[in-house]
Design a protein around this ligand. Structure first.
Ligand code: PEP
Ligand code: MN
Length: 336
């Protein structure tokens, strides 16, 4: 349920209403917009008498929210949420756009440093690199684990780029202290215990859409994190599994438009995992920028044929530079 307040509401009237609502057993979520204050109610609102609230002189209107996601809902928070990465200028949402780039997996310090310096020069604002890799086969490279995170931290110190890496097990959380954005991969989108624990952290979370999950399920997973108190969630469309075989997944760009309509959270697109082929990354990156994505996550490797993971979809630093320049032109065009 949301309660829209009139512009001239007095602070004590607002406080009194909030106190009364919380006494009814619901939690309140205040969104102070430029033109209107909205009180969102989370919890069991069935006992709340909407007529009583609508009758208050300072209340503009009361609406029950039919969608099961509340905190992630744009009705709760009409303005775009801007997620800023602490200690850097990187931001996502509300007009802020960010390129996240780096290798699929951290392989060595020299590799990550080379790639980081190159992608930074091309305009990337966040460095990616997997330390814990969710591989389909247990015989494939699983990542450097703790050492991978140490390398990312080291390269962060050397380049000033904030870092993002994937968490697979909440027991590893202490290793993520220096990580700026925690990634939840597609395979863990519905690992609800992991999501609940991440809800207790204060770091931005990049939540990737599951291989076969619809948008409502993605938003419900974001809701798990937000319900725990961490409202800094970046949604990521990375393609879903369909009958198509020429691409690794099918990039659902309609997700950008639909998620922006339903939610105030930023939406990032990953054209690398979506297509699985380096030659399709540029056209899909441009399309994502054109339809209003708040950022892109692109895999970049200094030597793609020898990458330990996802070489075929990795761009070289030169190719990434070309994509970054083209994306900047599209961004400019859509902002005019
Ligand atoms: C990744 O970004 O490293 C990754 C494993 O992606 P996804 O979870 O989308 O498959
Ligand atoms: Mn990958």
């Amino acid at each position: 349920m949301i309660i829209a307040l009139k512009r001239n509401v007095r602070a004590e009237e607002q406080e009194h209403l909030i106190e009364w609502l919380e006494d009814q057993g619901v939690r309140t979520h205040i969104s102070e917009g430029e033109f209107q204050t909205i009180i969102g109610l989370v919890g069991d609102t069935t006992r709340i008498d909407t007529d009583l609230i609508s009758g208050l002189a300072f209340v503009e209107g009361v609406t029950r929210i039919s969608e099961p996601f509340k905190k992630a809902n744009r009705k709760f928070h009409p303005e775009d949420t801007v997620i800023r990465v602490p200690g850097s200028t990187a931001a996502f949402g509300g007009g802020a756009f960010q390129l996240i780039a780096g290798p699929c997996s951290v392989e060595s310090e020299a590799q990550v440093e080379t790639i980081a310096r190159a992608v930074k020069k091309s305009g990337a604002g966040v460095l990616r690199g997997g330390a814990f890799k969710p591989r389909t086969s247990p015989y494939d490279f699983q990542g450097l684990h703790e050492e991978g995170i140490r390398i990312l931290s080291e390269v962060k110190k050397l380049t000033g780029l904030p870092i993002i890496t994937e968490i697979m097990d909440i027991a590893h959380l202490p290793l993520f202290e220096d990580v700026d954005i925690i990634q939840v991969g597609a395979r863990n989108m519905q690992n609800f215990e992991l999501l609940k624990e991440l809800g207790k952290t204060d770091k931005p979370i990049l939540l990737k859409r599951g291989l076969a999950n619809n948008m409502k399920e993605l938003l419900m997973s974001a809701e798990y994190i937000m319900a725990g108190g961490n409202e800094q969630v970046i949604l990521c469309e990375r393609g879903v599994r369909t009958f198509e075989t020429y691409t690794r997944n099918t990039l659902d760009l309609s997700a950008v438009a639909v998620l922006h309509e339903l939610s105030h959270l930023p939406v990032v697109v990953d054209p690398s995992h979506a297509t699985g082929a380096a030659r399709y990354v540029k056209p899909m990156a441009l399309a994502a920028a054109a339809c209003g994505a708040d950022g892109l996550m692109i895999e970049v490797h200094n030597d793609p044929p020898h990458a330990l993971c996802d070489g075929p979809q990795s761009l070289t630093p030169e190719q990434f530079d070309d994509v970054a320049k083209a994306v900047a032109k599209v961004r400019k065009a859509i902002m005019e």
